[in-house]
Design a protein. Structure first.
Lengths: 148, 89
């Protein structure tokens, strides 16, 4: 692991590879469910992640094929954490240039500063083409872990 | 110089954008601060010269006394560099 904070935030069970979603809401819900099942957020937080995109558009698609779903810091966040759904088939989010999406990260953050170390590592990891390609081509959770 | 990086919630996408914008500004040797904010906060602020955001939010930031720059690929430092250089002349 080159990215200690990322590894820490991606709890055991927070990664799903080969996830199946037919639209962007389902895709976001998979990432949200992973935050819930790993104790990082409540199911309401997943609803917020979906609502954010319904309200503001697919701005969470931050790079070709990559979405970062998140709500705002609130009581629905139980711990700072990250989840990752690697979709079996790409899903159209409606973004002007970065569709379709294969990697859906879910982010739960307590406040505006607690997760900065994590975000710095996420930015570094996703700026690295070889890391992104490894994530896109991962067929097993171990491959995702190895890429990070 | 003050820049804002804006996303819907102010904690995810905007923070990533802020980090990469700061990296680019350092490389260009431009002294500036970049604040990550949510959309509502950005709409109420008047202190930034440049607002960086995603294409989806550009329309919601019109009317502010700042130049709006839409960044498509947040990790493409070249795109951020080119757009900032063009804006800063």
């Amino acid at each position: 692991m080159r990215f200690a904070a990322l590894a820490d935030a991606l709890a055991e069970g927070a990664i799903e590879v080969g996830a199946r979603a037919s639209d962007r809401t389902e895709a976001i819900r998979i990432a949200g469910d992973l935050l819930v099942s790993t104790g990082r957020a409540t199911p309401h937080y997943t609803d917020e992640m979906v609502r954010a995109v319904d309200e503001h558009g697919p701005y969470i698609v931050i790079a070709p094929g990559i979405a970062l779903a998140h709500g705002r810091p609130s009581a629905e966040v139980l711990d700072t954490g990250l989840s990752l759904a690697v979709l079996a088939d790409p899903v159209v989010f409606g973004h002007s240039t970065n569709d379709p999406v294969r990697l859906v990260f879910g982010l739960a953050a307590f406040d505006h500063n607690a997760h900065l170390g994590l975000m710095r590592e996420l930015a570094l990891a996703l700026s690295d083409v070889s890391v992104v390609n490894s994530l896109l081509n991962a067929s097993q959770i171990e491959e995702v872990r190895a890429a990070l | 110089m003050k820049l804002l990086a804006v996303c819907g919630m102010g904690i995810g996408t905007s923070v990533l954008l802020k980090m990469n914008a700061e990296k680019v500004l350092r490389t260009l040797d431009i002294e500036a601060t970049v604040d990550a904010t949510d959309l509502a906060t950005a709409q109420a602020r008047r202190d930034a010269q440049i607002i960086l955001t995603t294409p989806d939010l550009v329309d919601k930031l019109q009317g502010l006394p700042a130049e709006i720059i839409a960044i498509e690929h947040f990790f493409d430092l070249e795109e951020i560099t080119q757009k900032l250089e063009r804006s800063l002349g």
